[in-house]
Design a protein around this ligand. Sequence first.
Ligand code: 2AM
Length: 503
Amino acid sequence: MQTATADIGLVGLAVMGQNLALNIADHGYTIAVFNRNADKTREFVEHCERNEPSRANVIGCAEMAEFVRTIKRPRKIVLLVKAGEATDATIENLLPHMEAGDIIIDGGNAHWHDTTRREKRLSGLGFAFIGSGVSGGETGARFGPSLMPSGTFEAWQSLEPIWRDIAAKVDANTGKPLEGAAPGKPVSGGIPCTAYIGPNGAGHYVKMVHNGIEYIDMQLICEAYWLMKNLLGMDAGEIGKIFEKWNQGELSSFLVEITADILQQKDPDSDGFLVDKVLDAAGQKGTGLWTAANALTLGIPANAIAEAVFARALSALKDERVAASSLLKGPVVKLEPDRAVLIEAIRNALYCSKICAYAQGFQLMAEAQLEYGWQLDFGTIAQIWQGGCIIRAGFLRKITEAYGRNPGLMNLMLDPYFLEAINQGQYQWRQVMSLAVINGISVPAFGSAMAYYDGYRSSTLSANLLQAQRDFFGAHTYERTDKPRGKFFHLDWSSSERNQVEV
Ligand code: 2AM
């Protein structure tokens, strides 16, 4: 009979599963591992035996019953299998071997609706279920991801020590990620990039919004690059140097850092830069789409986030765009700009658009918590994203500070720090937008963010006419600016008298 020696178990030994298992083992926990295809388990254990300092902490199990028996009770079993049906199938296979109080932790890219459904079902059977967003790709999984767990608080308390140990860490004073972890040598100290997010699907929801923000963050950077290339005729290497400089200031982030690196990469196959040879047709896996779709469902204007998804869709129409490029006319770029001034204006446009995009992401989460019954701590969420994940940036510390100043902040743009930044930068942002429009350069996310900014700061909008139109053809009624809110009127547009009635 197998004795229970493992502190935790993990199912699913694809790249993310292997790396997370090694991260857990590196922190001194004994981990049992299992994969549907047992060859993968054997290969992984062999790899550990040959290469990994923490090899003694990894126990490979070929059978699921043996795997479950190997884990100390209450069992903690992490799933890193394909999202969707594979997760359900794995849970069903595990259940007959588990005992009341055991905890399943889904670290996959689940849709949060699925997590809510699974949590409800499993808690009804006496088990606990945690859905944990895991961000940071394979390197993050191995040396410190950003972890967004949700479920019952008791189950979280049981998992918390391990999750805090394996999460990315940021310096308590600077907020900068602590780096330098190596196999068998995790970093010590620092603030862990994980915290309890809330009940049921809250963690996977927050992970989804993280990914939506990641989409827009990337798109905005691409548009800044595109403007420098097309308005200023700069080559990729020169633009890379600018991003390198920007990475020293308020735009400092993982994405800006890798952009500087990517742009300066020479093409291994020919002269010139690699990026100029990469096909401009973007793919997507769905989490940006989920965020945009949820924003539409909740009626929250996360238009820049949605625009980033559409921008990928437009890019993917490569053949159509090539055909249209010789038919649909646009202006010829004609500029003699002051290069340094325009580059600084583009930096401002990027920063202002980024503030809008994050404001949208946080506004979406603020609505979601009301709709789905969560109490999200936005300062903590921004703190969890400071290390480990793709959107990690100094900027997120400013967001944590903003919610520290005012936990009930209505919109990120209204925090004094961001207000000042956007009020100062908006003029240059507009100059950049005008140049882009006049010269026919497509910068949809910059434009979308600006539409949000100008709409949000307008005490009046054109929706007065819209409401009148709706009343005209559908008797949808309207409120009046000179009457208390909540009083509705209808005008009899079809009659010659055109009488107005209160309804
Ligand atoms: P496999 O190696 O046996 O295919 C990512 O695809 C991970 O999810 C892999 O570990 C894979 O196991 C696992 N996986 C995919 N579909 C699965 C299923 N239906 N049941 C269990 N595990 C599955």
